[in-house]
Design a protein around this ligand. Structure first.
Ligand SMILES: Cc1cc2nc3c(=O)[nH]c(=O)nc-3n(C[C@H](O)[C@H](O)[C@H](O)COP(=O)(O)O)c2cc1C
Length: 162
């Protein structure tokens, strides 16, 4: 195990564990610090039901300004230069708790790189929306890591200059 790289943070949200698995691999490939974005109120399976227009996730994703509360979201990022942000795609977007995390921290001047998992959607729409919401932040579109083997994640991280 390499020493932790105190210049890299890998922040992720994962409702059902898929993104968590790849986030751990991104953290391992960068030797970065892993941080789980945890909603104050966990999402139940009823909350995640995308067939229900009134489920919590549907209601939040229909509201651009929704910012569900998160636990321990304010971090000391003084030494951090690069922040990877990972999330599952919800309705072609990053879940709103990701916005809560971004709003809670001063990420100006840091290199932000997205990654995601999904049922098939690309990462494009979600990163575009984050860039539009946060025009002052330096956000680079990363990768959708569905089914990407650890060696593929390592190769991607290497291609970014780590
Ligand atoms: C509310 C909700 C909305 C979703 N919307 C999409 C979508 O628009 N496109 C897609 O490909 N997958 C969609 N998915 C599937 C998730 O992105 C996918 O299962 C993801 O890998 C879950 O990651 P997790 O286990 O880290 O939560 C959605 C899942 C949920 C719960």
């Amino acid at each position: 195990m390499k020493n932790e790289n105190n210049k890299v943070l890998v922040a992720y949200y994962s409702a059902t564990g898929t993104t968590e698995k790849v986030a751990k691999e991104v953290a391992s490939a960068t030797s970065g610090r892993l941080f789980e974005i945890e909603p104050e109120k966990e999402y139940t399976s009823a909350d995640l039901n995308w067939n229900d227009r009134n489920s919590r996730s549907s209601v939040e994703m229909n509201d651009m300004s929704s910012r569900p509360a998160i636990k321990n979201g304010i971090l000391n990022l003084d030494s951090i230069e690069t922040v990877f942000i990972g999330y599952p795609i919800w309705w072609d977007q990053a879940p709103r708790v990701v916005n809560t995390f971004i709003d809670s921290n001063d990420l100006k001047g840091k290199r932000i790189i997205t990654f995601c998992t999904s049922g098939g959607s690309t990462i494009d729409g979600s990163t575009r929306a984050l860039c539009e919401t946060y025009p002052k932040l330096d956000i680079t579109q990363g990768k959708c890591l569905n089914g990407t083997p650890e060696s593929g994640i390592e190769a991607w991280i290497k291609s970014l200059g780590f």
